[in-house]
Design a protein around this ligand. Structure first.
Ligand SMILES: O=P(O)(O)OC[C@H]1O[C@H](O[C@H]2O[C@H](CO)[C@@H](O)[C@H](O)[C@H]2O)[C@H](O)[C@@H](O)[C@@H]1O
Length: 274
């Protein structure tokens, strides 16, 4: 299979063979931050790796569907990813807010659920915890993310926030989504696994690839494992980082971060003759 790296599991090797062997039936889905986009200190400044979206554009014409499955609001991921600049991505689907939101490149249509009342109720308290710990609040409208990357003591701030955020979430009917130096309060009821499985079924995909870098991606990796048991071969790719070393255990192939993923996607397109 050309220059493609070999997955370390039998199921991963079967998944990759299925994707390359019949690309027109494959769904390729990607997390955004840490996977397509390098991690940066300020979330507002995150952008896709320069080689990532061109590689997705090459793949898009060969496969059944390309999708982004992200914790960002869908509209924000579309803007930061610069996907609209690539006409080849006319079929792209962006599932935002862990699958609760959806944007379709084909129509430009954005679907966003009504705001969860717990977010408005928690906002002031979360602001106060940000001030107390030096964390930065990313207010996503229907989710509140407390980032500790730029706090004076990132790990200390993360540890100090864990219990209070659990408490606020429990009292407001929300859930806590932990990630790379971030604790996020968000509405319950959706995760990347459910979102990915629904999309595989909707596209009638015969094979699936999912790439991610963080704890929020574990549900999608589990979904790929479940789909494999129901005869949809799949490949789980870890965008590796020193911050979440244990994520690799849940996957079949590790690439070195967004630059490594972009290189892998280029090789995948080569292998498909794209
Ligand atoms: O599902 P994802 O696309 O991976 O989004 C998860 C969260 O990613 C963002 O935070 C992470 O990236 C930031 C920019 O590189 C970084 O500063 C931060 O430390 C990371 O946790 C984003 O800001 C969150 O809203 C997403 O939920």
């Amino acid at each position: 299979m050309g220059n493609l790296p070999e997955p370390r599991t039998d199921e991963g090797r079967a998944g990759l063979r299925a994707i390359v062997g019949a690309p027109a039936r494959a769904l390729l889905a990607f997390d955004f931050d840490g996977t397509l986009a390098p991690i940066v200190e300020d979330p507002a400044l995150a952008r896709a790796h320069p080689d990532a979206v061109p590689a997705l554009a090459r793949l898009a014409g060969r496969v059944a569907a390309v999708a982004i499955v992200t914790g960002r609001p869908a509209e924000v991921a579309v803007r930061l990813g610069g996907f609209e600049a690539h006409p080849e991505l006319a079929g792209l689907v962006v599932l935002g807010a862990y699958g609760a939101e959806r944007w379709e490149a084909a129509t430009g249509e954005l679907s966003v659920p009504p705001p969860h009342p717990g977010i408005a109720a928690a906002r002031l308290e979360v602001h106060a915890w940000a001030r107390r710990t030096g964390a930065h609040l990313e207010d996503k409208g229907n989710a509140l993310a407390l980032h500790t990357r730029r706090a004076p003591d990132p790990d200390g701030a993360f540890a100090a926030l864990r219990e209070p955020m659990d408490r606020v979430a429990a009292s407001r009917g929300l859930v806590v989504e932990p990630g790379r130096q971030v604790l996020e309060l968000r509405p319950p009821g959706m995760d990347k696994g459910a979102a990915l499985t629904a999309l595989v079924r909707e596209k009638n995909a015969g094979a699936v690839l999912y790439a991610g870098d963080d704890l929020g991606d574990l549900a999608a990796f589990e979904a790929v494992a479940t789909l494999r048991a129901s005869d949809v071969p799949g490949l789980r790719v870890c965008s590796g980082s020193a911050e979440v070393p244990r994520l690799a255990e849940a996957t079949d192939l590790t690439v070195p971060g967004p630059a490594g993923l972009a290189a892998f996607l280029g090789e995948l397109a080569d292998a498909m003759g794209g």
